[in-house]
Design a protein around this ligand. Structure first.
Ligand code: GLY
Length: 284
């Protein structure tokens, strides 16, 4: 029986009926899903999550790594986290600068005693580990910043289950755009990224709201306590709807079930996974 499962996301938002943009996003997510699933089959859940998120970070259309949004002072500060559900190991970087792949910074912290670092010290850690200087700013984001355009579109994430039954979850983000410099999003916290031996979750949407709901950790805890993944996600979304929150999540459990959740007020989560017959995305 093929137990491996993988679900990825490229953020959330509204494509404002732009069929062309939806099609491009669909194609990009399918391509990344396929290549990442290959990495999962040949390797492990950890390799797959890192591979998938690196690809999403490198694709400038998403708000993570290259193409990250700018904070209010015109600087890009990126955040990412990785969680090993088997080892109960969470690691991450908060507001790291001038590196190409924040998910790799999070991964290289997973073996450290102090596994979450922020700001200049996170960047310094990356330099010591040999991460080359890299400018993630794109022309498009500069223009968007000048128009004071704030959106929730583009955080990326992946959750994978490998044939050994290991679950890994990862999330990477450039934030929300034009935020107060130093703002911390949900992504590098257990509210945005969480996994156990039973389930894994990666969130996207308004970071403050995800944090206030402890969304990822809450869904995983509910599954740990015996709820089905479907019910755990549905209940968490219902609770967040009470506050009219705007966010979504991708998740999977140890049996390979996938659930994509979103609050009622949110447009779409831009996800991709395989349902056994074909790759399913937000528009197929
Ligand atoms: N969920 C990404 C952020 O709020 O920055």
């Amino acid at each position: 029986k093929n137990m491996e499962q993988l679900v990825i996301h490229g953020g959330a938002g509204v494509l404002e009926g732009k069929a062309g943009e939806a099609q491009k996003m669909h194609e990009s997510l399918c391509l990344i899903w396929e290549e990442t699933f290959d990495a999962l089959r040949k390797g492990s859940a950890e390799e797959a999550v890192r591979h998938g998120i690196r690809m999403l970070e490198d694709e400038p259309v998403y708000n993570a790594g290259t193409g990250s949004k700018l904070q209010a002072d015109g600087q890009v500060r990126m955040s990412a986290a990785l969680m090993d559900g088997t080892k109960n190991r969470f690691s991450g970087v908060i507001n790291v600068q001038n590196i190409r792949n924040p998910i790799e910074a999070a991964a290289s912290l997973s073996g450290e005693k102090h596994s979450v670092l922020s700001a200049d010290q996170a960047t310094e850690f990356c330099r010591k580990k040999g991460f080359p200087e890299y400018n993630p700013v794109t022309e498009f984001r500069l223009q968007e910043f000048e128009k004071k355009c704030v959106g929730i579109h583009g955080t990326v994430g992946a959750v994978a289950l490998d044939k050994e039954g290991r679950i890994f979850a990862g999330t990477s983000t450039g934030g929300i755009g034009c935020e107060i410099p130093g703002r911390v999003s949900d992504s590098p916290t257990v509210a945005g990224t969480y996994a156990s031996t039973k389930a894994g979750v990666s969130c996207t949407g308004i970071g403050e709201q995800i944090t206030q709901q402890a969304a990822a950790a809450k869904v995983v805890t509910r599954v740990e306590d015996g709820m089905s993944l479907h019910d755990a996600v549905a209940r968490t979304m219902r609770e967040s709807d009470y506050f009219n929150y705007l966010y979504g999540l991708i998740s999977l459990d140890s049996e390979g079930h996938v659930e994509v959740g979103k609050t009622t007020a949110l447009g779409d989560v831009f996800y991709a996974f395989h349902d056994g017959e074909k790759i399913r995305t937000f528009c197929s």
